[in-house]
Design a protein around this ligand. Structure first.
Ligand code: MN
Ligand code: MN
Length: 470
């Protein structure tokens, strides 16, 4: 060895003592790059087919049934190797593979959410103003309202008619479908608007969706544009204005998921938060071969973006009830099972954005292409609202990831007191389960079009798999 190539003692000591992160692409072989790209193509299909929680449940159910998962009915009797699911009102889903070990040793839970920020139609949404027909909306989740104007919107959801019939709506996704839009003010006349603060440039009551402009024939009645729209809706779906009272209709961006960059290393899409964790968690349990030691559970939940309340959110008891039912099948106590269980709370984190470095603390930010993010705690203002994983559990997951060559990083959501956020981790931890957040770094989180790196999506999939297969 020549003198030049020999490492200095300082360099050697640095390598031994310093924590050095590396880009995924500097650590993996060509065959793994291929796996990343294949997985990304599957993920894009899921994104385009599952823009709402209901559609995500449908997609997941179909895939699970194809892999032999059967609907679980309490008391049906279970044994190791059984693959089961519980469909919670079509908006949340639990999948499980019964393990070989005693249920009393606990289960392994991967929990992600399948709701995303969007615009919900109000109960009485339809109106006409100056011969333009519009929908009134109430936004769902944390959005920058101005981002939702002047982009194509699609309408998804269900309407329940007075006789109980459920009508499904999905319009704006096919090339030949019409789309909808919220107008914004032209810059020529926006001098007063542009003086407003960001949160008020577009107000909640300005988020009105344009749905038509042609009047119903020519006659002397008022509101003929609205009448024409209701007539079209009646012909197409059999619904009247009153039927909107029992509907869940969600306006979402009409964009398709697409590769970003000359190198195609990223994916742009609506709703990465949190489908970018939900899909890898789903695939992890579907792709598991053989029977795991510990019973594996994947939860795809609803209502995270509005605080996890409601009977399809994880602040409700539906997961606890499921674990209690499982325990009962084996003559065990649900509390014992929960107390011995472990969970990866699968949610996204804010990736370091070079355009907005001031809100980030570089040493503790997550970076795209640096692998899946392990987040010990979330919360805001002095760690409020977080479960804060223990050093012991964090250490266990760290060892597990390293042992299986899953590339991961740590990440805190922005600078201290710059803001903050929470996930479902705290609700599961409150059931006396060990929980840590693990997910994918996202650029432009909660925008109508978010960006993730393909390598990180794949590492999330690997993480969820090794967690349930270990
Ligand atoms: Mn999320
Ligand atoms: Mn979110």
């Amino acid at each position: 060895m020549s003198k030049e190539n020999k490492k200095s003692p300082e360099k050697e000591l640095k390598e031994k003592l310093f924590y050095n992160k590396k880009n995924v692409y500097q650590l993996i072989e060509d065959d793994e790059v291929k796996s990343i790209n294949t997985f990304s193509e599957d993920y894009k299909q899921f994104l385009n087919a599952s823009k709402t929680e209901r559609e995500a449940v449908k997609f997941a159910l179909k895939a699970a049934e194809a892999k032999g998962f059967k609907e679980y009915k309490p008391g049906m009797g279970l044994r190791s190797g059984d693959r089961i699911f519980v469909n919670n009102r079509g908006k949340a889903l639990i999948l499980a593979v019964i393990g070989t070990e005693s249920i009393e040793n606990g289960v392994r839970i991967n929990a992600a959410h399948i709701d995303s920020p969007r615009l919900d139609l109000k109960q009485c949404p339809v109106y006409e103003d100056n011969e333009i027909a519009l929908f009134k909306t109430h936004y769902y989740g944390g959005i920058k309202k101005y981002q939702w104007t002047a982009i194509p919107l699609a309408l998804h959801g269900v309407v329940v008619l007075i006789d109980g019939t459920q009508v499904e709506v999905n319009i704006g996704e096919n090339e030949t479908d019409p789309v909808f839009v919220i107008s914004d003010l032209l810059p020529h006349l926006a001098s007063e608007q542009m003086k407003k603060t960001g949160g008020n440039i577009i107000s909640g009551e300005d988020l009105n969706i344009i749905i038509g402009s042609r009047p119903f024939k020519s006659d002397n009645e008022s509101e003929l544009v609205k009448l024409n729209i209701l007539s079209i809706l009646y012909d197409k779906y059999g619904i009247t204005e009153e039927d909107f009272l029992s509907a869940e209709l969600e306006a979402v961006p009409a964009f398709k998921a697409q590769d970003i960059g000359f190198d195609r290393s990223m994916i742009g899409s609506y709703g990465h938060d949190d489908r970018v964790c939900a899909y890898p968690a789903l695939r992890a349990i579907l792709d598991t071969t053989g029977t795991p030691k510990k019973t594996a559970v994947t939860v795809l939940t609803d209502k995270e973006e509005t605080g996890s309340d409601g009977n399809t959110g994880l602040n409700s008891s539906y997961l606890k009830y499921f674990i209690e039912d499982l325990a009962f099948e084996f003559g065990a106590r649900g509390t014992t099972v929960l107390s011995n269980s472990e969970c990866l709370s699968a949610d996204v984190n804010a990736a370091f954005d070079p355009t907005f470095p001031s809100v980030m603390e570089k040493k503790n930010s997550s970076y795209i292409n640096y692998g899946v993010v392990l987040t010990k705690y979330t919360g805001a203002r002095g760690k409020s609202g977080t479960s804060d994983a223990s050093a012991e559990y964090t250490g266990r997951i760290r060892t597990l990831m390293n042992k299986n060559n899953v590339i991961w990083q740590t990440g805190e959501l922005g600078k201290v007191d710059a803001g903050g956020g929470g996930t479902v981790a705290a609700y599961i931890a409150n059931l006396n389960v060990d929980v840590i957040d693990l997910g994918v770094p996202v650029l432009s989180m909660h925008a109508p079009y978010e960006v993730v790196a393909k390598a990180d999506v794949y590492m999330a999939y690997r993480a969820f798999r090794v967690f349930i297969e270990d």
